[in-house]
Design a protein around this ligand. Structure first.
Ligand code: GAL
Length: 631
């Protein structure tokens, strides 16, 4: 595969006379793709039914004639003001019951059928006009589902939809009462239309009720996306893409991805470090201008899987952003490094956000490849460098990793609904396992529960709350060692306690007697080094005990498969990785702090996220540097 570069462009923000020159400079910089249109509804249809697509036709023509392939966005993340007047109840409602107003973006409720019909309508019109354009080589549907906390809505449309969804899932109200355990606190219903949404209750709502609402809400994202896919499939042969975000977990991305051809995501390493990685203050300072060394890679591997092997970075940070608590500039070299790291994980295209910094609106402080005044910004130089290197580097070929990590969106919801301790965060648990392998220079594929585990020497399955039939079958058939726990198989599918506890784990002999959640300041020391934090299970087992706490409680047990009874800190993860690596013959490396390695069939890449140069395996890697070695 020959990776390419692109950029996000907003022709509607600039005088038309400037478009041709912008296009020329894009091509000159080595960019081949340009994404446009995803927020332009008010300029495409200023009044209901009054279509003004002519400017978009001219923009597509100008960009295409210059030699760029266009990704056309559907504008449904920004319904214009008249839409809200037409459908006042299309606005989402937050958990406090407050209507989320017009005046920014993503102001729609996924359950609103009237708005979905409007989306079908505008997408049909766009598809009919541009579906066969020789310049439109891909479509992006909507923009960043779930971003700005927009998956869950407590609107009346959601209430109607949820009641129907419950009727469909449970068939009769008695079955729902049984499944949810509604005899508890006299919560039984006698009809589906008595069910409310699980907000504004006096104290905590039933976890089964909340999990059901979360499943419902995720299904609405899938349905919303599918409505546009159905329209576009009839009107274009170009691939359909969505741009997901970092650490947005309120809907099942695997389910959305099944309807699309390519997954993409928006990678803002410096914004993420301060906004959502959860790094300690020390780490935030160490990586302030580089971003977390593992957070982007985790998402690259996740979205490669969501895209069934095909994925892009649709938006790549080019300089300081505007939305994090602080917005530093990347260290010189980092824009190049981030781009190469994505390519090393299989990105077909890396597209920078955005072309020129805009002087108005919410994002006037957000860098582009050009400054406000149109002069080259540093990001453009680094993008150009990558473009030059790409033409020299040959085909980039991905292979299967030796280690798989099972990532389950429903487990995010389950453990958000019932964390049992404020620091139990399923995403963070999975991420801690992922980064431990990356520290050791081992690549990890991320898979959904039930995916084939053929060919993996090791499968990590921390915290999968409930094992459905498909997940069980995949674990049963796994060729390698499966490492379960903590909290695996701890619940039924309906959020009751599983019996036996845990349930459905093949190849281990473990009974959980009781669990503890622990404040961060109360780690439990483990013999030989490292600690268990946040979560500890007391287990009984007849399997060999491989690691135990200093007080003698089993931490890692098992013979064929393994069970981990607590949440390891980094030091304990490193010991577990060394142990597992030896058991299955992985090449465990000791990389310098901040250095990451990715080996794929065609290349070996070394990335230095450090602010100083690093030495490894006889090679010097400059600060913010990348070494690319063909194999
Ligand atoms: C993304 C979004 C873009 C832009 C960007 C700024 O989340 O898709 O439209 O807002 O962030 O960093």
């Amino acid at each position: 595969m020959k990776p390419e570069l692109g950029v996000c462009y907003y022709p509607e923000h600039w005088p038309e006379e400037q478009w041709a020159d912008d296009a020329r400079r894009m091509v000159e910089a080595g960019l081949t793709w340009v994404r446009i249109g995803e927020f332009a509804w008010s300029r495409l249809e200023p009044k209901p039914g009054e279509l003004t697509f002519d400017w978009l036709s001219r923009a597509i023509e100008t960009l295409g004639v210059a030699g760029l392939k266009v990704v056309l966005g559907t504008p449904t993340a920004t319904p214009p003001r008249w839409m809200v007047d037409k459908h006042p109840d299309m606005l989402a409602v937050d958990a406090e019951g407050r209507v989320r107003k017009f005046g920014s973006r993503r102001h729609y409720c996924f359950s609103h059928q009237g708005y979905i019909a409007e989306c079908r309508r505008i997408v049909t019109l766009l598809g009919k006009t541009f579906g066969e354009s020789p310049h439109v080589a891909a479509w992006q549907i909507d923009n960043e589902y779930g971003c700005h906390d927009t998956t869950l809505s407590y609107s009346s449309a959601a209430l109607d939809g949820f009641r129907d969804w419950c009727a469909e899932r449970y068939g009769d109200i008695g079955a729902l009462n049984d499944a949810w355990g509604n005899v508890f606190w006299s919560m039984e219903y006698s009809a589906f239309d008595q069910i409310e949404l699980p907000n504004l209750t006096v104290t905590e709502p039933n976890p089964a009720h909340v999990l059901a609402f979360r499943r419902y809400s995720s299904d609405q994202v899938v349905a919303f996306n599918r409505a546009q896919v159905e329209v576009l499939r009839d009107l274009t042969e170009a691939p359909l893409i969505h741009n997901y975000m970092g650490k947005i977990t309120d809907f099942d991305h695997f389910a959305v991805g099944k309807d699309l051809d390519i997954a993409s995501w928006d990678s803002y390493p410096l914004g993420f470090l301060l906004d959502r990685v959860g790094a300690s203050e020390d780490r935030q300072l160490r990586y302030l201008r580089q971003g977390d060394p593992d957070f982007q890679a985790f998402h690259h591997d996740l979205y490669r899987s969501v895209g069934k092997g095909r994925w892009w970075v649709m938006e790549q940070q080019p300089g300081p952003v505007n939305w994090a608590p602080h917005n530093p500039a990347p260290l010189p070299g980092m824009v190049r490094l981030w781009t190469w790291e994505a390519i090393a994980h299989g990105a077909e295209v890396v597209s920078y956000f955005r072309w020129r910094q805009v002087p108005f609106g919410q994002e006037q402080m957000h860098a582009g490849l050009l400054g406000h005044d149109g002069r080259d910004a540093r990001g453009l130089k680094e993008a150009g460098e990558v473009a030059g290197e790409l033409s020299a580097c040959g085909s980039v070929e991905q292979g299967r990793a030796s280690v798989a990590l099972v990532f389950d969106y429903a487990s995010v919801w389950a453990w958000t609904v019932q964390p049992q301790g404020e620091s139990f965060d399923y995403f963070a648990l999975c991420f801690s396992a992922y980064r431990a392998f990356r520290r050791a220079g081992v690549s990890v594929d991320i898979v959904e529960p039930g995916a084939s585990l053929d060919g993996y020497a090791l499968v990590l399955a921390p915290g999968v709350f409930s094992l459905g039939d498909e997940a069980r079958a995949a674990f049963d058939d796994a060729e390698g060692i499966v490492v379960y726990g903590p909290r695996c198989g701890a619940k039924t599918d309906e959020m009751s306690i599983a019996l036996p506890l845990p349930a459905g784990l093949s190849g281990v002999d473990v009974r959980v007697s009781f669990v503890e959640s622990l404040p961060g300041a109360a780690p439990v020391p483990v013999r030989g080094g490292g600690t268990v934090r946040h979560w500890a299970e007391a287990i009984e087992t007849d399997d060999p005990v491989l690691m135990a706490t200093e007080a003698g409680a089993p931490v890692l047990v098992g013979e064929r498969n393994l069970y981990l009874s607590g949440w390891p800190d980094d030091a304990l993860w490193d010991r577990i990785v060394a142990h597992l690596g030896e058991a299955v013959g992985l090449d465990i490396k000791t990389l310098p702090e901040g250095v990451r390695l990715r080996e794929i069939p065609s290349h070996r890449f070394l990335f230095n996220y450090g602010a100083g140069s690093a030495l490894w395996d006889g090679e010097e890697i400059p600060a913010a540097g990348v070494l690319i070695r063909p194999l």
